[in-house]
Structure formats: structure tokens, C-alpha cells
Design a protein around this ligand. Structure first.
Ligand code: FES
Ligand code: FES
Length: 201
């Protein structure tokens, strides 16, 4: 005998909430079960955040919530309505790229580019919290992000170059405030990968 089915009235199938994304307020009506990734891509047309494994394993969907890396594929959008969300679209200022974006382009740290938004945001969170990271700290901070193209070395070098440039400016930051760094929240994606050599396509 089949179980009874309960269907909410239509009014309950749409959530209405305000999200702050890249410094802009967005009033959104959406299906309340949507992930943050779906909300960003489908409701806000911010497709710079990439859709990868949807299992919390690749890091390509990484965004920042109050400065902390979050895997948007695993995050219920409604839970982030009070956070300041930052996506890759918010990194540049007009025609001026963030130093991380410049360094990635200069050093060939982006090839196909699919992983790049996630790496950029994870690296930004790191540099905001720690303007002079060691190579080991960079490897650790990016250990939840996978790349099939670059072999990782150029990505690590690009983060180091950006850190040098940001440091040379005197503030160590990009002028948009510092984040609290990586929190051990269960939504941050930082598992551990051992070393530079073991990270390859
Ligand atoms: S899409 Fe792979 S971790 Fe989110
Ligand atoms: S540049 Fe292609 S997956 Fe990283």
C-alpha cells in the first residue's frame, strides 16, 4: 500500500528573500529547496560560479559567505540570506582585475578555466586572512579545489605573486576589507591533499 502524499499549497513552494551579492541587494523569489549555486546561476544569472560534481568534492562552486569559502552546491540558499556573498563577478573593480586574477592570467594558472573561479575565491579568502602565506599554507588553503589542467604549480605561484603585489601596496588586502579566514564549519571545503607533487590531473 503506497504512502499518502502531501503537497504544500502553492504559496509555500516559493520563498521570498533578500540576498546581498557582490555588494548589491537582490530580492529573489525562488523554490526554497534551491542551493546557493542554483540561486546564483539560475535566479541571479551569475554564471561565473561553476557547476561541477555537486558532491562537495571539486571546489569549482566555491563562493565566499562573509569572507569564508563555502561550497555553494551543498549550501541551502535560504541559510545564506543574511550573509555577504561574493562571487568571481565581484572580484574585479570595473576594468581593473583583482591581483589574483592578473597573476592567474600572467602565469597560465588558468587553462580551460572551469576551476578558476573557485580557486580565485579560495585564494582571496586566504590572502584576506593571511597576506603572507607560505607555500604550505597556500597548498592547504586550496586543497579542496581540483584542477584537471594546470598541475597546480602555476596556481600556487600565482597566489604567491598576488600576495607579493598586495603586500607591496602596503595593506596586504585589496581595499575591500578582510575576511575572517577559513572556518571549520562543515561548509568550507578544505579537506587535506598531501603535497604539490601529488596533485595532478
Ligand atoms: S560542484 Fe563540486 S564541490 Fe560543488
Ligand atoms: S584550468 Fe582546467 S580544470 Fe583547472
Amino acid at each position: 500500500m503506497s504512502q499518502p502524499v502531501s503537497i504544500d499549497p502553492p504559496a509555500r513552494q516559493t520563498a521570498h528573500a533578500t540576498f546581498m551579492v557582490n555588494g548589491e541587494r537582490h530580492e529573489v523569489s525562488f523554490a526554497p529547496q534551491k542551493t546557493l549555486l542554483e540561486l546564483l546561476r539560475e535566479d541571479l544569472a551569475l554564471t561565473g560560479t561553476k557547476h561541477g560534481c555537486e558532491l562537495g568534492e571539486c571546489g569549482t562552486c566555491t563562493v565566499l559567505a562573509d569572507g569564508v569559502p563555502v561550497l555553494s552546491c551543498l549550501a541551502l540558499a535560504l541559510a545564506y540570506r543574511d550573509c555577504a556573498i561574493e562571487t568571481v563577478e565581484g572580484m574585479a573593480r570595473g576594468n581593473t582585475l583583482h591581483p589574483l586574477q592578473d597573476a592567474f592570467a600572467e602565469l597560465g594558472a588558468a587553462q580551460c578555466g572551469y576551476c578558476t573561479p573557485g580557486f580565485l575565491l579560495a585564494a582571496k579568502a586566504l590572502l584576506d586572512a593571511n597576506p603572507t602565506p607560505s607555500r604550505a599554507e597556500i597548498v592547504d588553503a586550496l586543497s579542496g579545489n581540483l584542477c584537471r589542467c594546470t598541475g597546480y604549480l602555476k596556481i600556487f605561484e600565482a597566489v604567491e605573486r598576488a600576495a607579493e603585489r598586495l603586500g607591496a601596496r602596503g595593506s596586504g588586502l585589496d581595499g575591500r576589507g578582510s575576511g575572517p579566514g577559513v572556518r571549520d564549519s562543515g561548509t568550507a571545503h578544505h579537506g587535506k591533499l598531501p603535497d604539490t607533487e601529488s596533485r595532478g590531473p
